[in-house]
Structure formats: structure tokens, C-alpha cells
Write a protein that binds this ligand. Sequence first.
Ligand code: GLU
Ligand code: MG
Length: 446
Amino acid sequence: MNTEQLLQRLEEDGIDHLWPVYHDYNGLACAKTVPRMRFASVVENGIVFARANLNFTTDDQQAYGARFLADSGDFMAVPDPSSYTILPYRQRTAQAHVFMRQEDGAPWDGCPRTRLQLMVDRLAAAGYSAQVALEPEFTLFYADGSGEYMPVDHDGMFTVDGLDRNYDFLQELVETLDAMGIQMEQLGKEYGPGQYEGSTRHGDPIRAVDQYLIYKQVARALARDAGMIATFMPKPYAHLPGNGLHVHLSLWDTAGQQDLTVGANANEPLSAIGQHFVGGLLAHARALTGVGACTVNSYKRLLPASWAPAHICWGVGNRAALVRIPGLGARRHLEFRAGDNSANPYFYITALLAAGLDGIARQLDPGAPANVDVGHLSAAEAAAAGIQFLPRTLPEALDALEKDAVIMDALGPVIGPEFLKVKWTELDAYNVEVHGWERNSYLQTL
Ligand code: GLU
Ligand code: MG
């Protein structure tokens, strides 16, 4: 669809309100609503936002040392017609993901979606295309009025009761997404109270990320409308399972005809290219965790023996491994399990593809697959098997990212440094806070 066709679609669909949507460096969806009389101008030239917004933490604090401040001007959020979709649960409203552009219309390096597009172009130049699918988990809560949140159910994993209890919400979610042109692959009860998992259909990287973000937005909105909270927070409570974002990946030729990552038979899970790709994911795993699991809370999810990975290894059919090959049949592909929904997924997928490409360029060997639950190994056993830990804390992960030239280069000269500043600032805010656990443990005992 080009801009003229987009204007026509807006007319045909009877749209009065258009939301050009971008995702900031924290991955938060941001937009303004544009009334019909401005459609022609906004579709052509975009809508203005302050660059300084991108240097904000999730609680709207400007990052220390931020490059973009009150005096740093604007970017233009230009709707990408190919991502146009109506919002069937709102009146006469539609949205489109944007490319951020400079004020003269030129591409801008600070744009997360542009950065992923550049990585897709780099893949193509190397003779590859990628297929990506994202598989997020979320927890449904209601606020109990006292500042605590209660899971909406205590049903078990994959139970029919779990599906049935929240039937209206879940069916509305699937039907709404379908009306928006987004196909869910499946949606089901996960293994914790109130926890659900759904996945959207695989596609090229930009489309897969766009679809995931819409799924997340719609799940949050419909839950809110129904008086619930759908949170994608990595670890809402210590006693509940964490919410991960598993990324499914495969590399194809540029025509998308031949899968280049899978091996020829059951004895050979991966092709040589697939092995090098996994070698790259493992070699850059520590920095990838800084991009994909980028809040203090993320590290309360990445615990040994939790089904969320804590070690750097790969395995076949092994849910304790960081990189899992789900099976050796038709479903064979790579799954990277460390990230969560606190990531800006455009950054995260850019970083994953950069790591894999680096593995191919350097012909990295991923070593032997792990065939035990590595989460149950003692530190000495893991070390003897040559298996290292993922970063155990956010500062460790951010340090690793800062030092990883391949991943920083993929994020680019604007996003890499500014993303780190935002995250270090958020960490400082956490560090100076006195948390409930400290009062519970110390106030009466010390
Ligand atoms: N909830 C787990 C995580 O945080 C994953 C469970 C599963 O294998 O689906 O990654
Ligand atoms: Mg799951």
C-alpha cells in the first residue's frame, strides 16, 4: 500500500481518528490521535514528537547524560502504510506503525524500526532472509483495592477450565486480532495462576514484531476494558512464574524458498549455517540479555530450574537451554528464550540477527548440545561442562552490552548509547529506593 492507497483505505473504512504509533527505547507504545482533516498531511509528512521523549525512563525521568534534551528538536513519525490496521474495539479509529524520520524527511538512525530494517537489508546482502515468530506470556490480574494484585484464576497449565473461565476475554482477543489481519497461532493457559501464552504467526522480522506489538497492545486494552490487568512484566511476584518472550527464528535464502538453518536428518539438528548462527547467539548471549531482558525485574525471572534460562547453552527439545531446537521434525527451528517483554522488540530482533550473522561470518562452533536440565547442575558441574551463567543482574548485562562491539554496532550510534543511558538511569532509581522486602526483613529485626 502506498500513501495514496492508505488515504483511500482510511476513507473506505470510515476512520475519523488515526494513531501513528512508535515504540520508545523502553518499548512503550506511544502515539497521538490525529483527526480526519489532518490525514493527508500526516500520511505524507508524519507527525511531530520531541526527540527528548526517547531518552525517558518508564516513569518519565530524563536519562542522565541524555543526548536528546529540551533543545534537541523533533522527529517526524511517518505512518508506514503496510502496517495500517483498524482498531475494531474502538470507534472509527485506526493506527499504523511509523518510521521516525528527520524533519526534512530523511531516514533517521534513532528509529528502532529503521534499525531493524537495516539489519534485514544486511541479511539480504549476505544472501539470507529471516523468519521470526514471537511467543509472549502474560499474567491476568485484578487490583484488589489495597495496592496488591490478584491472579484472575488458579487454573493449571493447558487446562480447559483455564480457557473457559476467561472465555469472553480470550475469544474477544482472538477475534479482534483476526479482524485486524493478525493471525494467532494459538492461545492457552500457561503454568501459573492467571498466566497465559499466545503466539502470532511467523513472518519477516518487521512484520513479526509489528504483529507482536499489536497483540500486546490489544491484550492490554481488552483486559483493561474488562476490569483486569494483562501484564507482560517479567516477574510480577516472586512466587509466580515469570513472563518470557521466546523468539523463534530461522534463516532462509533471499527468495524465502529454502530453510538454511535446519540439518538434513535427525542426527544432524542444524545445518553448518544453523550451527554457526547458534554459535553467534551463544557468543553474544550476555549482551543479548542486556537488550532482551533489560529491567532489574528481568533477572528475578532468569533463575536456574525455572524454565527460563540462566545458563548459556543450546539443546534439542530442552526447555532449560538458552537456545532450544524445539524438535527434529517439521517444526525444526531456533528458539532464543532469555528475553522478555520489557525489551523494545525492534532492538532485540536486530541484536539477535546481528549475533547470528557474526556467528556465520566467524564460523563459530556452538559446542555439544546440553541434554540435561542445566538449571539443576551445581555451579561446579556446570563449569566442568563448560557452561557459563547468563548475567545474573541487570548491571552485569548492561556492562556486557556496552562491551559488545557487534551488538552495539547493530543498534547504531544513536540507539546503542542512548538505550544504555536510559537503562542505567532506571537502575539508579531502583537502587536508591527502599523496597518492601528490606522493611519486612530489617525494620523490626535490626
Ligand atoms: N515462563 C517461562 C519463561 O519465563 C517459560 C515457560 C515455557 O517454556 O513456556 O521463560
Ligand atoms: Mg510458555
